[in-house]
Ligand binder design. Sequence first.
Ligand code: CS2
Length: 476
Amino acid sequence: MRLSLATVPATRATKPAYDPSALDIGVVHFGPGAFHRAHQAAYFDALAAADPRWGICGVSLHSTGVRDALTPQDGLYTLAILDAEISYRVIGAIREVLVGPEDVEAVFERLTRPSVGIVTSTVTEKGYCLGPDFTLDFQHADIVHDLANPQTPKSFIGYVAEGLRRRKQAGLKPFVLIPCDNLPKNGHRLKAAVVAFAARFDAGLADWIDAGLACPCTMVDSITPATDDALRARVADVTGLEDAWPIQREAFTQWVIEDHLHEGGPDWTRVGVILTDNVPAYERAKLRLLNGPHSTLAYAGLHKGYDSVSQAMDDAELAQTVRALMIEDVVPLLEAPKGLDLVAYSEDILTRFRNPAIVHKLSQIAWDGSQKLPIRILSSLSEALERGHDITRLALPLAAWMRFVRLKAVKAEAITDPLATDLIAIGLTCKDVVSDVGLFLALRSVFPEDLANNRTVIAAIEGAYTRLLAQEGVFA
Ligand code: CS2
């Protein structure tokens, strides 16, 4: 029997403490992938019993997979929380899933409902269509398309701008726009991108958005390994109901939102959301002390033949390097958010990485390295350099990423990355340390010129690359 509103009374998981069918749509979420369903949807689910206004309409920009899995289940899915003991909870907050290219007018209808007060997004770093300077990339194919065809957009930015235009035309207030991706200053950058996009065709709209759109910065955190068949089988077994797409995550979860939300919005703090005026300090700490080490473990761990984060953490040398990178290299560069001890925060993250209940694939974290490394590693590296600190360890993830690309290219395996074509071409051209590192450093959308030409940086990456090559032997 499959999970749905009709069958949910039979589940052995914790059931929604409210009637999901009675929720109003108050949130439109772009990118209803695993992280959204593990994180924001669980918060809205916790809100729902006391406040039924915040049901979610998920919008997939490309794929039909989530819609096809969740629609027969009336939007319900099972969230497995991986702790010492695994607990299972049915989430009812997602009320419908639309697919942008198939349902474009329905998406705009939702975006212009007076009851829709919030638009959230998890579209990944690349989904914001920003250039290396984090401003809107007007050369981006989707942005070019959306400026020419604003009624049938492809990008998240295009949907938001047209949705806001229609709200303005209808005499409505803007919704609150809350990005939930691992991008520094995500709210400020998203708002600037939407305003820049609107300014290209309607200066009045751009001014209206600039003056009225609340787009808070956020920090989101919860480790969410991809769903696999083992999870599907476990969920069916334990809950008694089949679920085409259950989600799993660690027990730890954090959502920090900049404190300038609209009146009449949800009571965020009731469900554990932290509202603060200092999100940048939280997001910097998280991006550099969780995501940076994650990417380091991914590339250096795959290089050593490991499969998951906890396996890589069992390698004493690698674990020690990552810990030193966090505590000795990154912590001294950061300002601690009030009340947060960055060393204790780092130790807690290392404990989360070691959690044997979680099989978090290194290959999943290795996706989109060209987008992630500048945010997670180069930010620390350039500050360390300015202060004259040693950058030997910070060069490791960069060199390991280069070797990752090289070995993928040689094995003719696909790379998930918006720069995949360029990366494979470079990977196939690699021949020796100096020229390989030079080829990668010439990728201007990853490495800014000042870093790419800096002798200390070049030497540190070449050193790390040489050490990795020595471990490999094979392709040297
Ligand atoms: C990971 C993140 O896949 C990745 O790149 O570093 O998804 C990480 O698990 C989350 O940000 C944790 O909150």
